[in-house]
Design a binder for this molecule. Sequence first.
Ligand SMILES: NC(=O)c1ccc[n+]([C@@H]2O[C@H](COP(=O)([O-])OP(=O)(O)OC[C@H]3O[C@@H](n4cnc5c(N)ncnc54)[C@H](O)[C@@H]3O)[C@@H](O)[C@H]2O)c1
Length: 506
Amino acid sequence: MTAIDPARTVAVVGTGTMGQGIAQVALAAGHPVRLYDAVPGRAEEAARAIAGRLGRLVDKGRLEAADRDAALARLRPAARLAELADSALVIEAILEQLDAKQKLFRELESVVAEDCLLATNTSSLPVTAVAGALRRPGRFVGLHFFNPAPLLPLVEVVRGLTTDAGAADRARATVAAWGKTPVACADTPGFVVNRLARPFYAEAFRVHEEGGADPATVDAVLRECGGFRMGPFELTDLIGQDVNNSVTHSVYEAFFHDPKFTPSFAQGQLVRAGLLGRKTGRGWFAYGEGAAAPEPSTAEPCAAPPRVGWHGTPPPVCAPLRDMIEKAGVEIVRDRPPHGPEWSIGLPDGARLTLTHGEAATPEPAGTYIYFDLAHDYRACTRVALAPSEKASAADVRAAIGLFQALGKKVSVIGDVPGLIVARTVAMLVDFAEDAAGRGVAGREDIDTAMRLGVNYPRGPLEWGRELGLSWVRSVLWGLSREYPGGRYVPSLSLRRRAAVEESLL
Ligand SMILES: NC(=O)c1ccc[n+]([C@@H]2O[C@H](COP(=O)([O-])OP(=O)(O)OC[C@H]3O[C@@H](n4cnc5c(N)ncnc54)[C@H](O)[C@@H]3O)[C@@H](O)[C@H]2O)c1
């Protein structure tokens, strides 16, 4: 399917944050662009703001002055919707209200030509519901850009129930021609990114609410051990607690209160208190003059044990640890505990160290365990979290800390929360992604692309699941389910199916 000819006009309706960004993208692709906003003067204001941004690109040497001038010559504010009549594509970025969007598109339908594509930038309304108001809904798609649109490459191209395949393909080809990375997805709550990212926030908030670790420590572990660019607490302070919380609520409502999407009470309290993050000077953290930078809890230096036991074969992700321990000068001897996980490291005072499998350490009847968290890469990570059983001796906790410190890691000792921080988050992200893939929300590659580009994850969740082994992910989720009955952590049918297939191929 071919993209819309750059000689054809693109109209943007609603010229706030997103409308301006989208208009700038269409301009850069060579289209004549019309801007329309319901508030008189706003479209002109937006044109001036776009001119200012292009001017700054010229100052930085990233745009030729002649190209800026040519782009601005193609940009025109419109005083009435009727002036958008010759558009080949209209992208709406007005306020997030169904009836306002439906009313606008009904008016637009009587203005534009039959072959004009109509698109909404909604992030939470069903595309199918907006299209429901139209006489010809076949040409209606969702084009979900991310903020700031000129910089972020991802665009979710959402096909509503009544969208023609040709219209979705044409929209996808057009944003690809604009240099964006389109991801085709079905019209389901949160589309791909806003649906699949929910556990990243929810698990972190839960660990904090359960007293497992403070926000700065959770963030540091997800960054420095999990490989995420930002932690959920600092990120939601940046996004705005109100914005993030309302996405969570809208997806939770849309999925009929499925426990997998349950919002956080603690985040709700922030919103109720007006502590919305950076924009109000305080959210999870305080900002502004005199505010101390949040410090994660980090263990003091401890001596590494001279020798540790080694039993069984570690999961592939932990395989590098043996070599790292030996290189750190700690002797490894074979040992055999009477019970317990398939693989573990014996500490001098009798406790055993192993990767979390989703359950808390303390009720573990088969011995005394100190669990460590999943790392995105044990060689590269700079921090590891430990959750000791309450039965573990102080000497063994120090030995476990010293062992990871000898490998060059900072150590955060957290409460005995099931699945620690990274493991429970990644297991849920993988499960959500497998579930969405199984339901045909988007193609497998597109899901990973969306999560890498839309929220900067270090790996696509499906790729992560493959690397970890889906049977490991499933066992973490079953472990969590045993600790938290209620359905939230029950692995999806898609994940269980694929894990079974994976096992049959071994
Ligand atoms: N801000 C984001 O990060 C983001 C990201 C992706 C998608 N979105 C979606 O994009 C849309 C716009 O969001 P925004 O943040 O740019 O909002 P905004 O408040 O910055 O801008 C909205 C603009 O629409 C205008 N407007 C309102 N009703 C109108 C109407 N009936 N006709 C014409 N103009 C009208 C307003 O005057 C305003 O200028 C929303 O649907 C939102 O969910 C926002």
